[in-house]
Design a binder for this molecule. Structure first.
Ligand SMILES: Cc1cc2nc3c(=O)[nH]c(=O)nc-3n(C[C@H](O)[C@H](O)[C@H](O)COP(=O)(O)OP(=O)(O)OC[C@H]3O[C@@H](n4cnc5c(N)ncnc54)[C@H](O)[C@@H]3O)c2cc1C
Length: 342
């Protein structure tokens, strides 16, 4: 037991008071770290309502549940979120503060460390302790180099990337919550939410499957024509039927951004690759995408990979996919959608 080392995980509750998967992953990571350090861990909850979350974590083994709750903490807002997190971390006297790598928590991770007089690391994909030394793992140079590092400075705020740790899935229990008093003055009011894409929600980080659409969908086909409408219905039909997440190559999302009448639901949020995102999905299917290295680097965390391409010498066929179907993606996806009943 190292009573001098105190581990805290701080998570935000959803509008119904429950915890989303990234929060449950952070709790599990803090729990495992505390076990390795043979020290207790504490849970900090922030949101409008926190009791359902505390009950859901009732058997996770936390030494205490501290909460900053109320309407002022319902919405993501830097001033309120950082004050709440700092209040909880100070009440616990935390040395190690784990937060999920959500946009909400990431916005305040640096400010939290500054208020506590500590340090912060983000995009962490693993945290572990050995012989009392805590180390983190993260990727550098666009996921090409994996590094392990340690720090002596405390408090240490560690933002854990989502999808890198199993989520806590234990039985609920009675999680008594200790309220932490935080006084905040808000000068801004949240009047509504405007989503980045006014159309369909196509980025689904929790989906089992990633469908990637490449620029081939908007290129002239064998008949010399562009078939944008057929492309749109093939892609959206598949997404609706399979609940897959939609990724895009840079070439395709750049076209959409330039206002061409191609796939209007494609935005830069969908871009996968070196200058895009590196999503985590169990399976991936690339369609009409060449599979060039700057794109495929974004598939680092996609385990099973397949591609449909007319070109038998495309990048996917150069050892980048497990299976390549040399076929017309329009015909393949039409047939797949028929089989799915889309
Ligand atoms: C510094 C740098 C950073 C970059 N970052 C990224 C990045 O983050 N993400 C990214 O995606 N790219 C990135 N790129 C660009 C990348 O190198 C490629 O240019 C891009 O990925 C190509 O997109 P694409 O495969 O969709 O298009 P294309 O290269 O035009 O390929 C289209 C493919 O569609 C196929 N096709 C056409 N019709 C059909 C059909 N009916 N059925 C089946 N297949 C068909 C063709 O055979 C072709 O292979 C970057 C480049 C640089 C230099």
């Amino acid at each position: 037991m190292d009573p001098s080392m105190s581990v805290l995980v701080i998570v935000h509750t959803e509008s119904d008071g429950a915890l989303a998967t990234p929060a449950l992953e952070a709790v599990n990571a803090a729990r495992a770290l505390a076990q390795q350090l043979a020290t207790p861990f504490h849970v900090g909850l922030v949101g409008a309502v926190v009791e359902p979350a505390a009950a859901a974590l009732g058997t996770c083994g936390a030494a205490s549940f501290r909460a900053v709750a109320g309407d002022a903490f319902a919405q993501a807002r830097y001033a309120t979120d950082v004050a709440a997190a700092a209040g909880i971390a100070t009440a616990v006297g935390a040395d190690l503060v784990i937060v999920p790598g959500t946009s909400r928590a990431l916005r305040t991770a640096g400010g939290l460390a500054q208020r506590l007089g500590g340090v912060a690391d983000t995009h962490v994909v693993g945290v572990a302790a050995s012989a009392g030394v805590v180390s983190i793992t993260r990727w550098f140079y666009r996921q090409r180099i994996e590094g392990t590092m340690s720090r002596t400075a405390r408090p240490w705020v560690i933002a854990l990337e989502t999808g890198t740790t199993p989520a806590w899935a234990g039985a609920p229990g009675a999680g008594g919550v200790e309220a932490v008093a935080v006084s905040v003055e808000t000068r801004s009011a949240v009047t509504g939410v405007r989503a980045p894409s006014t159309g369909e929600q196509t980025v689904r980080p929790d989906a089992d499957l990633l469908l990637v659409a490449g620029a081939g969908w908007t290129k002239k086909q064998a008949d010399g024509q562009v078939h944008a409408e057929a492309a749109q219905s093939a892609i959206l039909g598949f997404l609706r039927a399979s609940k897959a997440s939609l990724g895009g190559s840079k070439s395709l999302v750049d076209q959409s951004g330039e206002g061409q009448a191609v796939l209007p639901f494609m935005t830069h949020l969908n871009q996968v690759g070196q200058t895009g995102s590196s999503p985590r999905h169990r399976k991936g299917l690339a369609t009409c995408c060449h599979g060039e290295e700057p794109h495929v680097i974004g598939w680092r965390f996609v385990t099973e990979r397949r591609a449909v391409n007319l070109n038998a010498n495309c990048g996917w066929a150069q050892g980048k996919a497990d299976v390549v179907y040399v076929a017309d993606a329009f015909a393949v996806m039409k047939k797949v959608n028929e089989l799915l009943g889309a």
